[in-house]
Design a binder for this molecule. Sequence first.
Ligand code: ADE
Ligand code: ZN
Length: 325
Amino acid sequence: MKELPKVELHLHLEGAAPPAFIRGLAAEKKVDLSGIFDERGHYRYKGFGEFLKVYEAATSVLTSPEDYRRLTLAVLEESAANGVVYGETFLSPDFCGGRDVGAWREYLHAIREAAVEAERTMGITLRGIITCIRHFGPEKARETAVCAAETAGDWIVGFGIAGDESVLAPKDFLWSFDCAREAGLRITAHSGEWGAPDTIRDTLATLNPERLGHGVRSIEDLALVDELAERGTVLEVCPGSNVALGIYTDFRAHPINELDRRGVKVTISTDDPPFFHTTMAREYEELHRAFDWDEGQFRRIARQSLDAAFCDADTKARIAKKLEA
Ligand code: ADE
Ligand code: ZN
């Protein structure tokens, strides 16, 4: 499965940090992060609340543009080894310079430098989507949206929201999404990972995203599933993440196959791969095992993912050739 060319639309850059990479930075900076690792060196957490805390603790040692340059290279190396030819990554100015526009520009410059190097040496193309973090609140989201608007262009191509879906509401973030949209950014939003179908309806009605992060709980309301299919809303589905966080017991119980069968545009991503002990190749292998998905199905979904990418048409045409190879 590694060699099949893949497109990944839903990957949090910090969430993709290998634990050894974070441990190395912690040692360099003399920060004690031992509490967030288990005896095998993996990230240690139980449940989504702890996951978010460990994620933020790991991120606390990423304190300079140079750290992000190295992180981006490490992450892209892993993605390329899994056959990813095009990826979009979530970037949060919260963690990159505390939402100061000047500092954010420096972090972004370093991340892009790494992306250019990876494209040259590994043949993988990356674009960025700026995400605000729901549980940090609307005021910080507004500052994040300003960072996004100031750096929107051919590389920063989207705006979204991640974090704890159980707090606040889409309308609390409307100003930020309007600001990002006016700057030309395409819109995605985490919704329906934890939230019931009504929260997805609220997200669609309020923020009008083209794509939903997860969106899998739509399966509990088949009228909503039909609506997603009709609207052409794309789901950034991360099956291994949902299983690891206990939303579904295993891949066979995951709704991705049924959503696809009902005409919803599904895509496949890893979310925060080392946290969930996954890779793009493992997602493919598990989907093959659970639903007998074959090469034709994976190629169709990769093409569907590229169609839903936020990059420009020239980039898409270039990547399409790689998918056909
Ligand atoms: N941030 C990183 N991973 C996330 C997830 N699975 N859900 C919400 N926010 C996140
Ligand atoms: Zn996510």
